[in-house]
Write a protein that binds this ligand. Structure first.
Ligand SMILES: Nc1nc2c(ncn2[C@@H]2O[C@H](COP(=O)(O)OP(=O)(O)OP(=O)(O)O)[C@@H](O)[C@H]2O)c(=O)[nH]1
Ligand SMILES: [Mg+2]
Length: 432
């Protein structure tokens, strides 16, 4: 628990109260009220609730991301090593509960897996953007709920992105520029030169200078330690000069003189991680976890999330001022949007109806044409059939006539034949 505050007595009243320009009077106090203890209430509540901090580590496989996280929090976060054979970049999210004295910290570390291992690296930054946006969207949806529960809500928005630069000593890679350009308006970026023990002290200075020049010439915004707070302005502006931090991570302890220190043992000596003359690890840890944690969270909310929220609301159609540049209320916009939506629905319905009627008419015409064609065909066939019938009838009549003639001729022939036979018989009889 935080210490119980000791409330001091207030100043004596002055003769004249000061009237400020914004019409607020500054009064001098006549006695002790106790509101000077307000900050302590905030401290107590914050300690009770605990803190949360979300870090995104972006860097090529094996650049020392996990080791640096372990070194920063002086614990073994038990991260497994990744393989170099991922077909695309993935994100590994892990949340830890840490406790230092009475202060509890919910730490989320998001690591890129397979970053920079693909032949085509153009899409490498997309999963990172997707993740950053998804966390903003989750917070945005919570904000829009009627029943919000921000007290137990785990805010997963990323507060800082530690960007691990390969210690080539040369320049930033195309992938670094591409990713940084695409994420700099979504997250606070602190660039780090990874495994800085692999470059000489002089080369590091030149490398830092080159990196900063490249970032500026490519218009990439990195996080600047704030200099508007008197208590931290001096140290922060000095630290801004040291960016990008050249860091070394290591959990092993080696003996230096009579002390055990965390460091990397080389044939020519020991690189002490927590020695400011050897690397910038201490600077990073102080800036990240002691001096600017709250500012990083504030920037995430007021700059990056705010940008996302504005974009989302504008996309839906919300604005703060109307066409006449006068402020408009949420209710007004909602009503206008509802009316617009209703009108649009009506218009679309009318359009659909009209299209439907047109189609029906077109079909009707087609059907009528087809019907007429069929009717004509039918009439034509009927005519042909009737003509055929008449023809057949005529042929039948002719045949019947021919049959009658035939029978008549047959009968005639038979008479003639019988007469002939009778005559022959008569002749025979006479000859006898
Ligand atoms: N020289 C040197 N080696 C380091 C440093 N940090 C880590 N290493 C070594 O680099 C290797 C990879 O370290 P990791 O921390 O696993 O790297 P990583 O970026 O988390 O790797 P992945 O998660 O597999 O992408 C290990 O053998 C570490 O001991 C450093 O600052 N300097
Ligand atoms: Mg790792």
């Amino acid at each position: 628990m935080a210490e119980k505050p000791v409330c001091m007595s207030t100043q004596t009243p002055s003769d004249e109260d000061i009237q400020r320009e914004d019409n607020i009077r500054c009064l001098s106090m006549l006695g002790h009220f106790g509101f000077e203890c307000l900050p302590h209430q905030l401290v107590n509540r914050s300690v009770q609730q605990g803190f949360s901090f979300n870090i995104l580590c972006v860097g090529e496989t094996g650049l020392g991301k996990s080791t640096l996280m372990d070194t920063l929090f002086n614990t073994n976060l038990k991260e497994k090593k990744s393989s170099h054979f991922h077909s695309n970049v993935e994100l590994k999210i892990q949340t830890y509960e840490l406790k230092e004295n009475n202060v509890q910290l919910k730490l989320t570390v998001v690591n890129t897996v397979g970053y920079g291992d693909q032949m085509n690296k153009e899409a490498s930054y997309q999963p990172i953007i997707g993740y950053l946006d998804a966390q903003f969207e989750a917070y945005f949806q919570e904000e829009l709920k009627i029943k919000r529960s921000f007290v137990d809500y785990h805010d997963s928005r990323i507060h800082v992105c530690l960007y691990f630069i390969s210690p080539t000593g040369h320049s930033l890679k195309a992938l670094d520029l591409l990713t940084l350009k695409n994420i700099d308006n979504k997250v606070n970026i602190i660039p780090l030169i990874a495994k800085a023990d692999t470059i000489s002290k002089n080369d590091i200075q030149t490398f830092k200078y080159k990196i900063m020049n490249e970032l500026i010439s490519n218009g990439i915004q990195i996080y600047q330690f704030p200099t508007d707070d008197k208590t931290t302005a001096q140290v922060n502006s000095a630290m801004n000069e040291h960016l990008p931090f050249a860091v070394v991570g290591c959990m092993e302890e080696v003996k230096v003189g009579k002390r055990m220190v965390r460091g990397r043992q080389y044939p020519w000596g020991v690189l002490q991680v927590e020695n400011e003359n050897h690397c910038d690890f201490i600077k990073l840890r102080d800036m990240l976890l002691c001096t600017n944690t709250e500012n990083l969270k504030e920037q995430t909310h007021t700059q990056h999330y705010e940008r996302y929220r504005r974009f989302k609301l504008q996309k839906i159609g919300f604005t703060d001022v109307g066409p006449d540049n006068q402020p408009v209320s949420f209710q007004e916009i909602y009503e206008t949007k509802r009316q617009e939506f209703y009108d649009q629905c009506q218009r679309e319905e009318e359009e659909l109806k009209h299209k439907f009627m047109q189609r029906v008419q077109e079909k009707e015409i087609t059907f009528k044409d087809a019907e007429k064609e069929l009717q004509d065909k039918f009439e034509h066939l009927k005519r042909i059939q009737q003509e055929e019938m008449i023809k057949l009838e005529e042929e039948r009549r002719q045949l019947e006539e021919e049959i009658i003639i035939f029978y008549k001729m047959k009968a005639g022939c038979e008479i003639l034949q019988s007469q002939c036979l009778a005559n022959v018989k008569k002749d025979k009889d006479r000859k006898k």
